[in-house]
Design a protein around this ligand. Structure first.
Ligand SMILES: NC(=O)c1ccc[n+]([C@@H]2O[C@H](COP(=O)([O-])OP(=O)(O)OC[C@H]3O[C@@H](n4cnc5c(N)ncnc54)[C@H](O)[C@@H]3O)[C@@H](O)[C@H]2O)c1
Ligand SMILES: C[N+](C)(C)CCCC=O
Length: 483
């Protein structure tokens, strides 16, 4: 497959190149080879993208929701038809196994385009009768939205931001992560092919400073970031300067609580899905696995057995189910945490090493006897490292689960459904799971509380974050005044 894109940026309905920007090498994580080169947006490219998105605002907002929705649904159909090629590209961009990308990434992007395409015509205001008078509300677009993406789900993030933004009548300039710049260009190309007018959805490349330069432009009305908490703090502060709307999809250190009455096979599946999918590079992962003392050793034994099923290798091979870290840098960060876990006294149950192969691979790693104060139990690692902690009572598990500045996700495995719902109500997290983990259907809201985020993606809730209400008071009779 040709991995070098036609050009670095997609602006105003066409590919645009400017090689005077900083070079961004695109590295295939499974081999360490450079598979493409793109160039960071220069100030002239940033200006071109913002001007195009600004100019497209009126025409796009004036279209009916049905017309906008039709375009989004057409784009969804094209994505599904090209799922294989898009999945291969996603695997080159991220290193995630084709076995995953072929069922998750373009598929999830298409779901988003289809869902918000379907909803577009139903984005309406309301009528409020006040005696003879009445108020009606108009749900209006915000205007020009900036999307900034992380590297773990490049297609999904480009769509999860673009689909609701466009459905509401906004335009977008999207900056993917510099680590995975390829997939968002395909999203822009497909939207344009489906009929989105030029300038409605633009993609420009760049490192952090390019993202920062977008946020402070006076034409920008909203910023939606998917990234780490430290970046979120900077972006939120910069957006606040201009009182811009924000959505913040940030990091986590989520708890997964397994009670001794749980179906152990399902609980092990949940822990695997919540720690090792995408080689652990998932924001919502339940990396603090609290297991009730009575079943701790049985859980660890079964987990170790199930991990025998891990198949590392060429991620393009459909039989391979575990890929490399996205980059050498990320590999180094995760190895640093493993060393800290060992140094602080956690018991290494399995993994912890780089296998003898090219690329940025790391074995799935499980630590037991982890305590709440250890670094590996407090900080987001963003790699395949599971920390198993133990507990005695429900009250203790809930208090310890919530003892974190993060609040993205939380999960519980138990056969006692009253307890499951009590736990879900008590978790300080935006997305909770009962007897499952990491499902993220477009129909359900996704996002974090506490430092993990502001706003929600997916579901009808996303409409609230890409539109604003205008109230219009209408008097039907004469108007009295004091003089
Ligand atoms: N909550 C979610 O939905 C979600 C989903 C995926 C990833 N994440 C989080 O993302 C992180 C991993 O991704 P990452 O390493 O790409 O994150 P990151 O914060 O380093 O970068 C995210 C994006 O922000 C840009 N950026 C960096 N500095 C900026 C600045 N000052 N102004 C504007 N933009 C700037 C980067 O270029 C990149 O595109 C993890 O913390 C993970 O939990 C969250
Ligand atoms: C669909 N997942 C796997 C829950 C990923 C959501 C985005 C977080 O990284």
């Amino acid at each position: 497959m040709k991995t070098q894109p036609t050009a670095s940026h997609f602006i105003d309905g066409q590919y645009v190149e400017d090689t005077s920007g900083e070079e961004i090498p695109v590295i295939y994580p499974a081999t360490g080879e450079v598979i493409a080169t793109v160039y960071s947006a220069t100030p002239a490219i940033v200006e071109q993208a913002l001007a195009a998105a600004h100019a497209a605002e009126k025409e796009w907002a004036a279209m009916t929701g049905t017309e906008r929705g039709r375009i989004l649904r057409r784009a969804a159909q094209i994505m599904r038809e090209r799922n294989h090629d898009l999945s291969v590209l996603e695997t080159y961009d991220t290193g995630k196994p084709y076995q995953e990308t072929s069922v998750v990434d373009a598929t999830s992007g298409a779901d988003s385009l289809e869902y918000f395409g379907g909803l577009a015509a139903a984005i309406t205001g309301e009528h409020i009768q006040l005696g003879e008078d009445f108020v009606y509300t108009r749900r209006e677009p915000l205007g020009l939205c900036v999307g900034i993406g992380a590297w773990n789900y490049p297609t999904q993030i480009a769509c999860w931001k673009g689909a609701p933004a466009l459905a509401c009548g906004n335009t977008m300039v999207f900056k993917p992560s510099e680590t995975t710049p390829l997939c968002a260009l395909k999203v822009a190309e497909i939207l344009h092919e489906a009929g989105a007018p030029a300038g409605v959805y633009n993609v420009i490349q760049g490192y952090g400073p390019v993202g920062a330069s977008l946020i402070t432009d006076s034409r920008v009305d909203k910023v939606s970031l998917t990234g780490s908490v430290p970046t979120g703090k900077k972006v939120y502060a910069a957006a606040a300067e201009g009182i811009r709307h924000v959505t913040m999809e940030l990091g986590g250190k989520s708890p997964l609580v397994i009670f001794d009455d749980a179906d152990i096979e399902n609980a092990v599946s949940g822990a695997i899905l919540g720690n090792f999918y995408s080689s652990g590079q998932v924001c919502s992962n339940g990396t603090r696995v609290f297991v009730q003392k009575g079943i701790k050793e049985a859980f660890l034994t079964r987990l170790a057995e199930r991990l025998q099923g891990v198949k590392l290798g060429d991620p393009q091979d459909p039989e391979v189910n575990f890929g490399p870290m996205v980059s050498e840098k990320q590999l180094g960060i995760v190895e640093g945490y493993i060393a800290k876990g060992i140094a602080e006294g956690a018991r290494l149950v399995c993994g912890g090493k780089r296998p003898d192969m090219a690329g940025f691979f790391l074995e799935p790693t499980v630590f037991a006897d982890v305590t709440d104060d250890m670094t590996i139990a407090r900080e987001e690692i963003f790699g395949p490292v599971m920390s198993v902690l133990d507990f005695d009572t429900e009250e203790e598990a809930l208090a310890r689960a919530n003892d974190t500045e993060f609040g993205l996700s939380a999960g519980v495995f138990t056969r006692d459904l009253s307890r499951a719902h009590r736990m879900a109500a008590g978790f300080e997290a935006g997305t909770c799971y009962i007897n499952t983990y990491n499902d993220a259907p477009v129909e359900a809201p996704f996002g974090g509380s506490k430092q993990s985020g502001v706003g929600r993606e997916n579901s009808k809730a996303a409409i609230e974050h890409y539109s604003q209400i205008k109230g219009v008071y209408v008097r039907t009779g004469d108007l009295e005044a004091p003089f």
